[in-house]
Design a protein around this ligand. Sequence first.
Ligand SMILES: Cc1ncc(COP(=O)(O)O)c(C=O)c1O
Length: 384
Amino acid sequence: MAKRIDQIPPYLFAEIDKKKEEMRKRGMDIIDLGIGDPDLPTPKPIIERLKVAAENSKNHRYPSYEGMIEFRAAVAEWYERRFGVRLNPQTEVLSLIGSKEGIAHIPLAFVNPGDIVLVPSPGYPVYRVATLFAGGTPFFLPLRKENGFLPILRDIPGAVTKKAKLLFINYPNNPTSAIAERAFFEEVVAFAQRHQIIVCHDAAYSEVAFDGYRPLSFLEVKGAREVGIEFHSLSKTFNMTGWRIGFAAGHSGVLSGLGRVKTNIDSGLFQAIQEAGTEALNHFDTPLPEIIDTYERRRDVMVKGLGEIGLEVDRPKATFYLWIRVPRGYTSAQFATLLLEQGGIVATPGNGFGEEGEGYFRMALTVEEKRLKEAVERLRKIKF
Ligand SMILES: Cc1ncc(COP(=O)(O)O)c(C=O)c1O
């Protein structure tokens, strides 16, 4: 193994999967609230479009690197409808094989060994690993409850900002389910301008929000397009995690750097899937009410149930995650193990998202309401 592999732990969910399988083999009925993978099907019109597109032999050849112009135009139109942001589909949109792919590759374009990347902790694990793969050094920005799980940019030491090349942010946030308002994004833009840092805003959950709340795009804020890009995904918006389709939008120079990495690594995104993605963006207004209503109901069931048991959790305004305090006397890992061994419930220990996640665990609301109710009943019986 190369040294770069040695320095990273096995992918968080791969480890949890192993343990889960062990329990399953022992005959345990597992309620998996671990990974955030929607259980609802992709809407019919998207599937129908794929069927037709898959028959078209034009789509069997290598796709273009930057993505079909029809798909990128659909992205630009969606951005304008949804956020009031105008994008040039030729230069300000890039298709991705899922947003994870773009996030994982972007440091390769901009980070030299010795450069720093500002990474939220807790945070989506790919920011940190992608930084390490590029030879960069992650500097962790703690996300704490008392700050609404927003990083405090003014606390970053000058010696760090001087060497920092990229800043990852992610709202609505995984794993804390926190949201960001315009004032925070404005602060980020000013910070990035001052220190010449590229902002990568991960908006994978922009279309999973409740109670009428509609998350902002980072690109809505003045100056944002001059300092960074935004990653989006069709995965959670349209229940398409398995399809692998996402995109990045914003600063054309940053996108072209990412595009140069990609042309040397992948050969684009199967055109039939891009056609289906085009259908998704053109056909639907997002967020999709059926999806939101389902998660909203699940959220209410679970927040109520956990509250009754005495577990401390906020009612999230967005994402399908609950970020829950571990009861006194346990570490995150100990408590997650207790839940799995005594309740057959898979939850993700907070420290898997970074040191600052210690003291929490995450539950994903990606199983049926009936099963969530069952999870609450099982939790009630566990002594902690
Ligand atoms: C915060 C965040 N960003 C990005 C992704 C990647 O999504 P995809 O690669 O399916 O577009 C995920 C997936 O769980 C996520 O939680």
